[in-house]
Design a protein around this ligand. Structure first.
Ligand code: TMP
Length: 211
């Protein structure tokens, strides 16, 4: 029985997800609500080891299908070990990336297409977010932000790759308009935070009313 709310935060690299996750977590804590923040790939001890492999610049030979399966494996572990138990306990789960990232980065970026949905159907087993916030920034802007820091194996991909990732995110927003809330990532941190908090509060209110 799923009592908690499952929120995922998505967007291209350097779109401001981490800041918004911190803000949302603080917002929920101020309201006295139990919330956990997780990241993908990672979140569990096994997932963090997968993260180290999949993001390591020392593995340029990694096959795209291997890459997609590693992300899905990390996800499968996090769903069973952390997300499902937390939701059953009534906690709010805030996930920094989830299956939409695989569809955008491996499905779109790597051009693996629908095979990514299929692999992830096993990993996710119907445990989809109640709401997904998509922080939208133009690929050019994301690129400018990326050059300011050291890049991992995925971030180091070329501009055309990152453009395909951004386009795939926009296609997902169109495909799942009820779940995915697209937000202009160029708005101020405070404006974005307020929009997210408002939507989460509404969903929590609706959930409480239905329990
Ligand atoms: P992060 O920098 O947001 O922690 O994400 C790590 C990188 O992994 C980022 O470049 C996006 C990428 N990624 C995928 O390619 N596929 C996935 O399924 C996930 C979760 C992340």
């Amino acid at each position: 029985m799923r009592k908690g709310l499952f929120v995922s935060m998505e967007g291209p690299d350097s779109s401001g997800k981490s800041t918004q996750i911190q803000l949302l977590r603080r917002h929920l804590e101020r309201k006295g609500l139990d919330a956990i923040a997780l990241r993908e790939p990672g979140g569990t001890a096994i997932g963090e080891r997968i993260r180290a492999i999949v993001l390591d610049n020392a593995h340029p030979e990694m096959d795209y299908l291997t890459e997609a399966m590693l992300y899905a494996a990390s996800r499968a572990q996090m769903v069973s070990q952390l997300i499902l138990p937390a939701l059953a306990a009534g906690k709010t789960v805030i996930c920094d990336r989830f299956v939409d990232s695989s569809i955008a980065y491996q499905g779109g970026g790597r051009r693996l297409g629908e095979i990514v949905d299929k692999i992830n159907a096993y990993a996710v087993r119907d445990c989809m977010p109640d709401v997904t916030f998509l922080l939208k920034v133009e690929p050019e802007m994301a690129k400018d932000r990326r050059v300011l820091r050291e890049n991992d194996r995925i971030e180091s991909e070329n501009f055309a790759y990152h453009k395909r990732v951004c386009e795939a995110f926009l296609a997902l927003e169109k495909k799942y308009p009820r779940r995915i809330v697209g937000i202009d990532g160029t708005l101020s941190v405070e404006e974005i935070g307020a929009m997210i908090a408002e939507r989460v509060d509404a969903l929590l209110g609706a959930r409480d009313a239905s329990l």
